[in-house]
Design a protein around this ligand. Structure first.
Ligand SMILES: Cc1ncc(C[n+]2csc(CCOP(=O)(O)OP(=O)(O)O)c2C)c(N)n1
Length: 741
């Protein structure tokens, strides 16, 4: 990278280019040799014992181990207490063994094919698992914590995750200058040059709420060193690189070269060198013998982010229940008042914003909330309880739809801002709301890493429009959906994805809920056993939660539940756009006060519910289309004949509540209505589950838009015509007569 800072250029010249600057004392040379011995003999040992296993050895760049150890020694000397690392597979086992100092037998036993998994989930290959280790740094005699983050095969994907976790550890220690916690990222040269997420991560380095105050990047550069055995040990590089590999095979290993040099200049004797090798080989052999006793693999031992005190000693949740998520009326009023105010003196806000704040005050007086105020209530309530809240994404401070306004800007003093949420109470947790760089992959990875540091924080990432999450797909697929199954690591990150078909074109419409639902692990065909704790145990078993709330109160509750649950799961929320200002989309304080709670299903409670046996049709739906349906039902005067029930938590599927709902209307048609196209939205997910509930005895008819390749039309008229068409079908009580299913 080009450096245009003169001071930085001078530093590099002084530290690296001054003649003789790389001179070492004899003691340092001996340490370097001993570390090279470990680096080299570790790979040799694995190659001898498991000659036909992939391990992605370091051979050809053994010097990486002494280099990393030197960086860590120096950092410890300068006051660093915690180093968080991310790296690809090459040399990873060696780093675990010789840098992090994972017990060798724990590494070796992973090569045993008979090893049984003791933990939940499917686990991961040995060269992906993470590790957390507190130890004494031998060079400085100071305590140091080292953490190597678990990562998927996707090269460089872990970079922003490491940075997010580093930022969080700095934040919670008050380490504003990055003097105590730092990160090291290792890269291969091809991945470093080619993967865009590297640059998305760099791009965060100077943003106040994202900077880690510097990262050490180590590039394992095959233009300088080489890969002795090709891509991995099962590879034959001579197939494709015959001449280069003839040269590589002639290379004398670096350990021999360096030992010969030190022996020749009298720094060590041949005998000392051989003893060093024999000593380490013995360590490996002894660990190998011990590794044979390990019959069971505990992935928990490979956790990179333990949460002390959050789980019980066996790593299980402390309970299997969740208290009601409502809060007291006084709290609601207080938060509403602060949300309507400018809590600092002589601060002039924009007239348009004054109107918004006045409207909030009016709502608070009338004991109602809209979407933005409900979110305020949830965030504010956490701050009182000491829970840090962080909201990150493009333009989140104001809100893409100009509804949030969490940061006020003085209209007369440049850059003077105020965050009322940080003025709620004298003693409160901090609220961080930060506009991110224009990145999804990098920023979502960062927030995921941030959320790993502590379970006592609500970390939310908001996409500008839900569509854009697909440029962060790797973080969603490889980390969020499957992270717990692979690495036993809980994460409570919240994704806020604006979603809704509003005639705004193929983009800006769909957050692609079908993709999240397709990756949900609840079984569509298995009828679950209902216990008293069904709701919470179902959440515990799932890989993530997908919700689409139709009321501000329910949005408030689902955010609150996220922290009140005794475990952490990623939460995907399809958030509204037009409903942010919809006059009907308001909730009373009555739905949020103490004793109230999140509603997974909101059953019909109008005329149809009072005489259920006369109901001809039950329409199940989720999200915004509910308001269209209710309006249309009224227009057509069908309030007695048609019940409309809302599914608020889509996954895990509320089998229990929907069963009750279905049984209530024995004579009715069952319809799933969605505004999305048939091949998107929720239909493919809900259909088999509804059918499981009714044991395949009743059909669940589809009402919605036809299948389509693009997520939405760009033509307003086409949008309105298709809306009209499916609303007509929804209320045509003969629509499915005579049809078979
Ligand atoms: C995103 C992604 N694309 C492709 C791959 C497949 N892959 C694994 S290693 C590798 C080569 C990496 O080369 P380099 O970064 O130079 O590191 P090296 O292993 O050569 O040290 C590739 C293409 C991958 N793991 N991740």
């Amino acid at each position: 990278m080009f450096i245009n800072d003169v001071e930085q250029c001078q530093w590099i010249r002084q530290k690296f280019e001054t003649p003789g600057v790389m001179k070492f004392t004899n003691e340092e040379k001996r340490t370097l040799l001993a570390r090279l011995v470990r680096s080299m003999r570790f790979e040799d040992f694995l190659a001898r014992k498991w000659s036909s296993e992939k391990r992605f050895g370091l051979e050809g760049c053994e010097v990486m181990i002494p280099a990393l150890k030197t960086i860590i020694d120096k950092s410890s000397e300068m006051g660093i207490e915690y180093v968080i690392m991310g790296m690809p597979h090459r040399g990873r086992l060696n780093v675990l063994a010789n840098v992090i100092r994972k017990e060798l037998e724990q590494i070796f036993c992973q090569f045993d094919p008979k090893l049984e998994a003791a933990d939940e989930g499917s686990g991961d290959v040995k060269y992906h698992l993470g590790m957390y280790h507190e130890r004494i740094n031998r060079a400085t005699n100071k305590k140091i914590t080292l953490s190597l983050m678990a990562n998927p095969s996707h090269l460089e994907a872990v970079d922003p995750v490491v940075q997010g976790k580093t930022k969080a550890e700095q934040f919670y220690r008050g380490d504003t200058a990055g003097k105590k916690v730092m990160s090291i990222l290792l890269h291969g040269d091809a991945a470093f040059a080619g993967q865009g997420v590297v640059y998305e991560t760099f791009h965060l380095s100077d943003l106040p709420s994202y900077t880690t105050n510097g990262t050490i990047h180590v590039v394992v550069n095959n233009q300088v060193c080489y890969r002795r055995r090709g891509h991995n040990e099962m590879d034959e590089p001579m197939f494709t690189q015959p001449l280069m590999y003839k040269q590589i095979h002639k290379q004398v290993p670096v350990l021999k070269k360096y030992a010969d040099k030190l022996i020749a200049d009298g720094t060590v004797t041949l005998q000392e060198f051989e003893e060093e090798i024999a000593k380490y080989d013995r360590i490996c052999e002894e660990a190998y013998t011990r590794s044979k006793d390990n019959k069971i693999l505990h992935i928990k031992h490979w956790l990179d982010s333990p949460w002390p005190g959050f789980f019980n000693v066996d790593g299980e949740p402390k309970s299997m229940s969740c208290p009601p998520t409502g809060i007291s009326e006084d709290l609601l009023t207080h938060i509403g008042n602060v949300a309507s105010s400018v809590p600092v003196k002589d601060f002039k806000i924009h007239a348009g914003l004054s109107r918004i704040l006045r409207a909030r005050l009016e709502m608070t007086k009338n004991r109602v909330v809209d979407w933005a105020l409900a979110e305020y209530m949830a965030f504010g309530s956490f701050l009182k309880e000491g829970i840090h809240v962080r909201l990150s994404g493009q333009d989140v401070e104001r809100g893409t739809f100009s509804h949030r306004h969490h940061v006020l800007h003085d209209q007369e003093v440049d850059k003077r801002t105020c965050v009322p949420m940080n003025h709620l109470w004298e003693q409160q947790a901090p609220y961080t709301v930060c506009n991110s760089s224009l990145s999804e992959y990098g920023v979502l990875g960062f927030e995921l890493g941030f959320a790993m540091a502590s379970p006592n924080a609500l970390v939310c990432w908001e996409a500008q429009f839900g569509d854009f999450h697909n440029t962060a797909q790797c973080i969603i697929d490889q980390f969020i959906s499957s992270g717990q199954a692979k690495w036993v690591r809980h994460n409570g990150i919240v994704l806020l994805l604006p979603h809704g078909m509003e005639g705004m074109g193929p983009e800006h419409s769909s957050a692609r809920p079908e993709r999240f639902l397709q990756m949900s692990n609840d079984d569509s065909d298995a009828y679950p056993e209902f216990s008293e704790q069904f709701e919470v145990s179902q959440l515990y078993e799932c890989n993530w939660i997908v919700v689409n709330c139709s009321t501000p109160a329910n949005y408030f509750h689902v955010l609150r539940r996220q922290i009140l649950l005794p475990f952490r799961k990623p939460l995907i929320i399809l958030t509204p756009k037009s409903l942010l200002r919809h006059p009907e989309a308001k909730s009373s304080f009555d739905e949020m006060v103490s004793g109230t709670t999140f509603r997974r299903v909101i059953p019909e409670d109008g005329l149809a519910a009072h005489a259920p046996h006369e109901v001809k049709r039950v329409i199940f739906c989720t999200g915004k289309v509910y308001y269209d349906l209710v309006k249309e039902r009224k227009n057509q005067d069908l309030e007695k004949q048609v019940a409309i029930t809302r599914l608020e938590q889509i996954s895990p599927f509320p089998f229990d509540l929907l069963k009750e709902e279905l049984e209530k209307y024995p004579g009715a048609d069952l319809v799933w209505c969605q505004e999305e196209h048939k091949n998107s939205g929720y239909y493919d997910y809900v259909k088999p589950r509804f059918r499981t509930i009714v044991n395949h005895t009743r059909p669940i008819w589809y009402v919605g838009r036809e299948p389509a390749a693009a997520a939405a039309t760009g033509n307003k008229n086409t949008h309105l015509v298709s809306l009209r068409r499916f609303l007509d079908t929804a209320f045509n009580l003969e629509a499915f007569e005579g049809k078979t299913f």
